[in-house]
Design a protein around this ligand. Sequence first.
Ligand code: SF4
Length: 390
Amino acid sequence: MPGVSARRAGAVRGGAAAPDGGFADEAALAAAWAAAPPGTLRLADGRALRVVFPGVAGDGTGPDFRAAILEVDGDLVRGDVELHLRHSGWFAHGHDRDPAYAGVALHVVAGDDLGLPSTVHAAGRRIPLLVLAAPPAAPGAMFVPPCAFARAADIDVAGRLRRMGLRRLRMKANRAALLCAGRPAGDVLLGLAAGALLGPAARAGTERAAANLRLDVLLEEVGGLAGEARRTALGAALRRILPVDAAAPGGRVRPAATPAQRLGDLARLIDRWWPPGAGPGWPAALAPGAGWRAAAVEGVGRAAAVEVMANAVIPAALAAGRWSEAEAETAWAALPSPGTYGKLRPLERWLGGREARPFASAGLLQGGLLLQADYCAKGRCGRCPLSPPG
Ligand code: SF4
């Protein structure tokens, strides 16, 4: 996130450090890492570390940076990098039990509140730990990124965010199209909806497991049932098929958003989209023009329903040819905002000013996520679509 061009990561040391190490938030830590801290750093276990390439910012479904290149005591290492303000964040987010994090090559923290020389994963690996601290900002120096002046420079902020949001929709649709190869559209939709409901921490594992999920078999299993009995049977079948325990994100999760709860929500969604007697094809309830309410059931409120539409229904409908480009774009533009993500808060402040809400719709928010991942997290202030020229 922003701040990177104004201050480089400073003192780097092993062992215990003040929690949060001077970083305002995880986005600031990510920005410092994305700028590839220079020189020889010191891992918590004492070995020397040099950052050759910090990696590419992840898409939120796994480690924070992918395919980094590091030099550890003279040996080149390639792999993913995960960041947390505190060492304990690794465990609080359940990464120690998540197979998606088994290949992490480096854990970067701002503060080591556990006092350990490395980070452990249940697969048995000890992951090198780097405690990275930011130097205190010079008195009076407060970083203001170029995008804070975008409106004053007559840049069409909403228009550019909207176009980036549409680009993100196409990326999601392309991914759905790959999943659609040789599989019924209903199965792909169900897998994506499961990933959307369970959230980023569980998405990759759930979608992988959902690749084996057969909607026709599932519907046949609950054939003859209706109402609550059918929804209960669907929930039991989903719990058997999907890896709820492996997918559990751990840490503080609202009771309404635990994986087990979310599988119950998914069962209600299936019951709505494929009611008794319906075949396993594309749901009639999701005809072109369907809005977020088509994904709302008991337990799935507006924010979660919007996430399901943005990450599952619209991309799958586009990929499977159920909706035209124009129909998908219209539905995308009509989605309300599900609420800002924590990592977008600084951007929201800089872009918003007093009167404007830059992420007032889901499409604008998705544009913001792409902007953040492709530019802010890589320290590309001055070279992003919202930097005034000159
Ligand atoms: S990369 Fe662009 S949008 Fe992001 S903080 Fe910098 S100037 Fe703002």
